[in-house]
Ligand binder design. Sequence first.
Ligand code: NAD
Ligand code: TYD
Length: 351
Amino acid sequence: MRNILITGGAGFIGSHLVRLMVNKYPGYKIINLDKLTYAGNLANLKDIEKRENYTFIKGDICDFDHVKSIFETMKIDGVIHLAAESHVDRSIKDPFSFAMTNVVGTLSLLQAARTSWDGNYEGKMFYHVSTDEVYGSLSDNTTLFTESTRYEPHSPYSASKASSDHFVRAFHDTYGLPVIISNCSNNYGSFQFPEKLIPLFINNIRHNKPLPVYGKGENIRDWLFVEDHAAAIDLLFHKGKVGETYNIGGFNEWKNIDLIKLMIRIVDRQLGRKEGTSDYLITYVTDRAGHDLRYAIDSTKLHKEFGWEPSLQFEEGLEKTVQWYLNNQEWLDNVTSGDYQKYYEDMYNRQ
Ligand code: NAD
Ligand code: TYD
């Protein structure tokens, strides 16, 4: 029996991880701690919310007393930490909330783990989910980010994630806390908040709305199917080496404009339109400030040590993802209108 605290489990990646762990480990207790910010949506977990090995707690990771009481009352022996502010554009507008949640929130969890476990680290694990964006931007087309690439974050988002990674390492080096960090590339799949490129553009193509391409659309991102990320976290949480960092990615780089044209073809076809009908929606807009040119992650270590590989080819994953958003218009409408938050606020106020 293990009691695993997953933070940010109502978000995009967190909900996939919670589902995987609840289904795969009936003997574990999975405790999902989430503040339910605009990005947290309990509808993402409807299929497993009544399962016996699952508990949801609404709370803020920055609230140290609350976090500490959860560790003690629920006898937490493993943490998988995903709660974060995650959108670069928001971080440019409001950097403080990124420092608060991503840095102070992570510190609060680390301190709660350390003081609750009190040096008895047998069977304990603090797993920190981070991003490839901490490594900065690649200026040529050949280099990849490895685990030893120097940190060079540019956005307030990546700076806050880099800072949280440093705190996690500091707790390992200073107090011996058993930690693992993974740095993953851009994720795509179901339940992603439609402010990020892929769900936003699928929704806009469907509704014939403009597709705002930042700059010239030449920036490159490395895309991984979210369920493959969740599977890699599960693997590393159980088998990874304490104190190590692992890169997670599928060697799948796409220039934004090429990806956008591919999305248009898939959405048009799935909607029964002639492929390319929606090309006219492409609208070049002012570039994002400090826009990183290229991310590309080398996940050789993960592959070599554990044989891990992504389960899906990108085109296949994107077809599935488009299909999911087109079939789940109600989910999209609820998150874009904000109704999902009112529904759950009412539910919690009634309890
Ligand atoms: P998300 O924005 O979809 O979800 C974040 C979740 O954290 C939400 O449920 C939100 O309610 C919760 N949260 C925010 N602040 C909180 C707080 N103070 N206390 C408790 N809960 C809080 O994010 P995501 O895309 O699922 O990313 C999850 C993690 O993975 C993040 O740490 C992110 O940095 C990392 N990551 C994301 C990607 C990606 O492509 N999305 C890639 C690599 C790493
Ligand atoms: P995003 O999904 O925000 O992820 P990240 O910035 O963390 O990589 O953006 C992916 C890429 O798409 C990034 O290069 C910015 C670009 N982009 C646009 O061109 N238009 C948009 O409306 C959005 C949201 C992103």
